[in-house]
Design a protein around this ligand. Structure first.
Ligand code: ADE
Ligand code: ZN
Ligand code: ZN
Length: 282
């Protein structure tokens, strides 16, 4: 995702909202546990102003300083609509684990050493990388085809503007939705996504929490979902120099909104598992 997508994912994970306002009043819904909120607060740098969401685009800003981190934002397949860790998760030099799925597993593992005074990891950076990469693995074209670099080499027109397909999914769909539906306000869009989480998608959330291989994270499964969405929605009916407009926007923005929301929920779940769940069941 672009900057706005990453901020939205992290706001969904960390900002509490009022929901289910019944006769007895409203309940404050917080996806992050109290322990996770406390740990995140302690790990955040001063410049974050106490908010994780301000640091969620950080990993894109250090792409050049930390050159090794570039392949950690995505994973590509050899032109097939499935993902296999052993086949696909490597950098250009063939080093295993150097992809977005390996990165999520690695930074999750590092964060488990929180509270261990002898830890040799920079857990502030681990947290900022993890929060960013959980967002990226949910962007369908971050699990795309090697040949077109996840849509980066597919030139398209987004309405009348020249873009590439990857940028359309990182930024343009979000920007158009914000402009057309949400008064150009990021916070209004985040509120709408959260509303959907408590109404429309509430039955789905328990499924989003589970995954086939119950290991540290379900990042493998998130990547499988993304390549399926890339094939069925992002790449579907797209060719070089095509113009994408209303038809494409209205059929694809629901996917983008759902993936942003899923990423936020799952980021909160991962952080809760690492730092501790609340005893009252939240
Ligand atoms: N560069 C190469 N492949 C990419 C992908 N799938 N996403 C983002 N950047 C990439
Ligand atoms: Zn991207
Ligand atoms: Zn990224």
């Amino acid at each position: 995702w672009g900057k706005q997508g990453h901020i939205m994912v992290c706001k969904i994970a960390e900002v509490p909202t009022f929901n289910s306002c019944l006769l007895l009043g409203c309940r404050l819904q917080n996806y992050l546990s109290e322990k996770a909120v406390a740990a995140v607060k302690e790990l955040l740098p001063e410049s974050a102003g106490g908010e994780l969401s301000t640091m969620c685009p950080w990993a894109d800003e250090v792409r050049f300083r930390y050159y090794w981190s570039r392949p950690l934002h995505y994973v590509n397949t050899p032109q097939v609509c499935n993902f296999k860790y052993s086949r696909d998760c490597h950098n250009s030099r063939g080093q295993q684990g150097m992809c977005v799925v390996g990165a999520i597993n690695n930074y999750t593992e590092q964060l488990y050493s929180y509270g261990d005074s002898k830890t040799s990891y920079n857990l502030t950076e681990s947290l900022m990388f993890l929060a960013h990469f959980v967002g990226d693995v949910h962007q369908p074209l971050h699990v795309g085809f090697e040949e077109d670099e996840g849509g980066n080499t597919i030139k398209v027109h987004w309405y009348r503007r020249k873009e590439n397909l990857h940028h359309v999914w990182d930024n343009s769909i979000i920007e158009t939705a914000m402009k057309d539906f949400y008064n150009r306000s990021l916070d209004t869009m985040v509120e709408a996504l959260k509303m959907n989480l408590t109404d429309g998608w509430s039955d789905d959330i328990s499924h989003w929490e589970n995954c086939a291989n119950k290991k540290a994270t379900c990042a493998n499964d998130y990547a499988i979902e993304s390549i399926h969405l890339a094939c069925n929605y992002a790449y579907k009916d797209v060719e070089q120099d095509i113009t994408l407009g209303d038809d494409y926007f209205f059929s694809r923005y629901p996917i983008v909104e759902k993936r942003l929301a899923q990423a936020g929920i799952r980021l909160a779940l991962i952080l809760n598992r690492i730092f501790g769940e609340d005893t009252d069941g939240n």
